[in-house]
Design a protein around this ligand. Structure first.
Ligand code: 5GP
Length: 199
């Protein structure tokens, strides 16, 4: 038999960023249910758990001292202080374990973190920006969520404008109008990454 070319199995980091209210977590959740070879990264953070969030599932919740130790021991692939408040970072070990297991990793991290990943793992990272279609739709979604008052919503919209300004630094753009369409688009990106020639 004469062998024809075949794809090399190459695990990757699919990095999603975008303003809160863009629907990133729903998107990731729905895509993961359909993609058996993908898992979600679990970040370390200094913020306190919210609602039903569980330690080790949604985040590794830790103290400022514990987070500083992760930085000092070079255990984080990237980290950032998000909204000038709490620290968030991606533990290297989890990513290494998933890659060793042949799994792709999907992560929801801010723009500063995404740029660090691009620099550190240029061949392994696919950067995807997720945005709501318009500011008015984002505003409506934040209102419907009912967790913020008018002042907080105004602040979120301001932050969103700053974040959205960075979309051109990403490889792909998903405009999340209809979540099922957005899930299909994310899966298209995962699928084309599998077909890339990168020996
Ligand atoms: P939240 O506190 O609402 O869960 O997340 C706030 C922000 O932190 C989101 O924009 C999310 O993308 C970002 N974030 C979550 N985990 C990480 C991480 O490991 N690294 C970085 N750089 N940002 C993160």
């Amino acid at each position: 038999m004469t062998a024809y070319p075949e794809h090399r199995s190459h695990t990757r980091l699919f990095v999603l960023s975008g303003p809160s209210g863009a629907g990133k977590s729903t998107l990731i959740h729905k895509a993961l249910a359909l993609e058996p070879n993908c898992v979600a990264s679990i970040s370390a953070t200094t913020r306190a758990p919210r609602g039903q969030e569980q330690n080790g599932v949604d985040y590794d919740f830790c103290s400022e001292e514990e987070f500083q130790a992760l930085i000092n021991d070079d255990l984080l692939l990237e980290y950032a202080q998000v909204f000038g408040k709490h620290f968030y970072g991606t533990p290297k070990k989890f990513i290494e374990e998933q890659f060793a297991d042949g799994k792709n990793v999907i992560m929801d991290i801010d723009v500063q973190g995404a740029m660090q990943i691009r620099k550190r793992m240029p061949d392994d990272a696919v950067l995807i920006f997720v945005t709501p279609p318009t500011q008015e739709i984002l505003e409506q979604r934040l209102r419907d969520r009912g967790t913020d008052d008018a002042v907080a919503i105004g602040k979120r919209l301001e932050t969103a404008a700053q974040e959205i300004a960075q979309w051109k630094d990403y490889d792909y753009l998903i405009i999340n109008d209809d979540v099922d369409v957005a899930v299909a688009q994310l899966r298209n990106i995962l699928g084309s990454a599998r077909l890339r020639i990168d020996w």
